[in-house]
Design a binder for this molecule. Structure first.
Ligand SMILES: [Zn+2]
Length: 212
């Protein structure tokens, strides 16, 4: 068990280092999106054994990246501050709810609807999708997150914003302080998550021993 945790932490470090190196060497990658994916994938460790954790980790990682597809809007004249702009609707609670309900039908279609495992997938998918906006709200620049769009267009930031905002274009990111942003994210997002999910995994394993 401890070995699994160490392996997970090691993989996380390895991914972060690989991404940093690839960015510094000028190959294409998008740090913030990767950090969102890693953070959400870690949620799969708390899922029950009946669900394929590998599949769940991939699905949750993808869900956490989807909100930033809103940058496509810039090419169609949608402004950052618009409801459909960056950190707008796709970062909202309503979007996370819709994505969560759709997820089991696409990725876990054998699950019986409204039964326990179905709800677990929906719940984790909701947390994974919304985690993107929550993490964004801790960033130090740009506009806040429109959690209540389309009902309320107000943008929100967390009261404490330790995360460096990644430039929106890949070239600006690569030419900018890539390593600083990545290490900053790893420090504020990666390490707490390893601790949190490692702890939860441990509690679940100890709790599960009684019922075999
Ligand atoms: Zn975002």
């Amino acid at each position: 068990m401890v070995q699994n945790l160490l392996r997970g932490a090691f993989i996380l470090c390895q991914i972060t280092i690989e991404v940093s190196v690839s960015l510094l060497s000028g190959r294409r990658a998008l740090a913030t999106v990767i950090t969102h994916a890693i953070a959400a994938s870690a949620l799969a460790t708390v899922a029950p054994k009946e669900l394929s954790r590998a599949r769940l980790a991939i699905v949750l990682g993808v869900l956490a990246m989807i909100p930033d597809l809103d940058v496509i809007g810039f090419h169609y004249g949608i402004l950052y501050a618009d409801a459909l702009g960056h950190r707008g609707f796709t970062h909202s609670i309503l979007f996370a709810t819709i994505a969560a309900v759709v997820t089991p039908f696409i990725a876990f279609s054998k699950l019986r609807v409204l039964r326990r495992l179905w709800w677990i997938v929906v719940g984790l998918a909701f947390i994974a999708t919304l985690s993107h906006g929550v993490i964004d709200s801790f960033s130090d620049a740009g506009l806040g997150v429109g959690f209540f769009i389309p009902f309320d267009d107000t943008r929100f930031f967390a009261p404490w914003r330790p995360l460096a905002t990644s430039p929106l274009s890949i070239s600006a990111f690569i030419n900018g302080p890539a390593a600083r942003i990545l290490m900053n994210e790893f420090y504020w997002v990666g390490i707490p998550l390893v601790g949190l999910f490692g702890g939860l995994h441990l509690i679940r394993r100890i709790g599960g021993r009684g019922d075999g």
